[in-house]
Design a protein around this ligand. Structure first.
Ligand code: HEM
Length: 435
């Protein structure tokens, strides 16, 4: 007979409101209080095991013992993720769908994205020269929306860009427990999916002909293991999954710009970009600054791990933010040190800002290379292709809000474009693995 070790428990009845209140602090605070990387609590009325650290992540991403069906809360699916998409699939269906997603991010297509995105940025910077002030976060979200839609081959009229940007922003900003933001995110998703469904219909009927290498073409024509096309609703969710998350990179780009300001030595190092500094810096931005707090899965079949019992259908939450800062795996985790990634040979389970483990057979984010590449290119642009000043503003960000961003949204002024072309950035080939 196995000897069961009790999992430490939080007191109280249900901690959903505490989670909403404490945001990124919730899981680390409970772990500290209980002196344990694993604890049991109650969230949204359900008993939930929460855990952090490399070993816990390795177990969490083992899809022979964990499943995603029924794990993500319904509000998250109605606003941020969509219903019926790859995030919630298991087994063969997941593998098949994931292959479709990974087929979209070939090295050539990553380079395409880099070039599209940096040209969109460059075009905007020309306008910024004539503006008194620019709210960088808001502008970046529009730039990435434009770039994402162009890259996936979805046609968008100039007069639609504002609406499409607003919809993606609201979806991405919808998690974290605020009812108002959830409602906005859900309405935005409904509108956006309705628009996408018409486009997919037109692609299927041949009225719109995107190139065969684009997401618009591939997702519209993808067939399920049963040989059928994806139903329209699921196709809209999956097509959206191929560019919506790019908007999340805007959060990290702003945090990188904040790091240039708070750690001025990094600005100079980025200009020199020795030893792929831009890569190390982007990795450290993703490790150090908060975006995705945690992921949820359910136990597929009962098992023991370190003498703790995991019962079938038990809800389990992995602390992504806390794992990226776990003292067992990171030296001085609370310090911003890009050089820690020099020749980094760490574990795919200790550095998990976009999920952990394997891209192909597991749920690790399919857009990680793409996000890092766009981040690197934008950081290089910020230090080498333009100059700007920061006026007085509130650059603090609250760890109680999920997702979070500096309160001022990062205002810049006196913008000058300092190079005539972005050719140098286009030629800087970056599509290398990130893990
Ligand atoms: C900074 C930007 C991004 C962040 C923070 C981010 C974060 C994440 C996270 C936390 C997951 C869930 C991992 C899990 O289920 O355990 C995920 C999954 C996923 N992401 Fe991203 N992501 C980003 C960019 C992208 C981009 C640009 C794309 C597409 C081009 C993308 C496509 C996906 C897909 C398809 C999945 C589902 C993987 C699966 O369930 O197998 N992501 N991402």
């Amino acid at each position: 007979m196995k000897v069961k070790k009790p999992i430490p428990k939080t007191g109280g009845i249900d901690h959903t409101l505490t989670l909403i209140d404490q945001g990124f602090h919730f899981l680390p605070n409970r772990r500290k209080e209980l002196g344990s990387d694993i604890f049991e609590t109650r969230l949204m009325g359900k008993k939930t095991i929460c855990m952090a650290g490399k070993e816990a992540a390795e177990m969490f991403y083992d899809n022979t013992i964990f499943k995603r069906k029924g794990a993500a809360p319904l509000p998250l699916k109605k606003s941020l993720l969509g219903q019926g998409g790859v995030h919630g699939l298991d087994g063969e269906l997941h593998k098949q769908r994931k292959r479709m997603h990974l087929s979209l991010v070939t090295p050539e297509r990553l380079e395409d994205m880099k070039n599209i995105a940096v040209n969109e940025l460059d075009a905007k910077v020309k306008n910024w020269e004539n503006k008194e002030q620019v709210v960088l976060f808001d502008e970046l979200r529009e730039i990435l929306t434009r770039a994402g839609l162009k890259w996936v081959g979805v046609p968008v009229e100039e007069n639609e860009v504002k609406d499409r940007t607003d919809e993606l922003n609201k979806m991405v900003d919808s998690f974290g427990g605020s009812i108002a933001r959830f409602r906005q995110g859900k309405r935005a998703r409904d509108r956006h999916e309705k628009w996408l469904k018409e486009i997919i219909k037109d692609i299927r009927s041949g009225k719109i002909k995107p190139p065969a290498y684009t997401s618009a073409y591939i997702v519209s024509n993808h067939r399920e293991p049963n040989g059928k096309l994806l139903d329209l609703q699921t196709a809209a969710v999956e097509l959206n999954n191929t560019y919506r998350p790019l908007v999340a990179a805007a959060y990290f780009i702003i945090f990188g710009a904040l790091a240039f300001h708070e750690y001025p030595e990094t600005f100079k190092k980025m200009q020199e970009d020795q030893d792929s500094y831009s890569h190390m810096f982007s990795q450290e931005v993703r490790r150090f600054y908060p975006f995705a707090p945690a992921m949820a899965a359910k136990v597929k079949k009962s098992f023991y791990w370190q003498s703790y019992h995991f019962k079938k259908d038990q809800l389990v939450v992995l602390d992504l933010y806390g794992t990226n800062r776990h003292p067992d795996d990171w030296e001085s985790p609370e310090e911003f040190i890009p050089e820690r990634f020099k020749g980094w040979k760490g574990s795919p389970f200790s550095f998990i800002p976009q999920g952990g483990g394997d891209f192909h057979i597991g749920h690790r984010c399919g857009g990680e290379w793409l996000a890092v590449m766009v981040m690197r290119t934008f950081f290089k642009y910020l230090v080498g292709h333009m100059t700007y000043e920061l006026p007085e503003q509130d650059l603090t960000f609250s760890l109680e809000r999920m997702p979070t961003i500096p309160k001022s949204h990062f205002i810049i002024q006196n913008v000058k474009r300092t190079k005539d072309s972005v050719e140098e950035l286009e030629q800087h080939v970056q599509s290398r693995p990130v893990i």
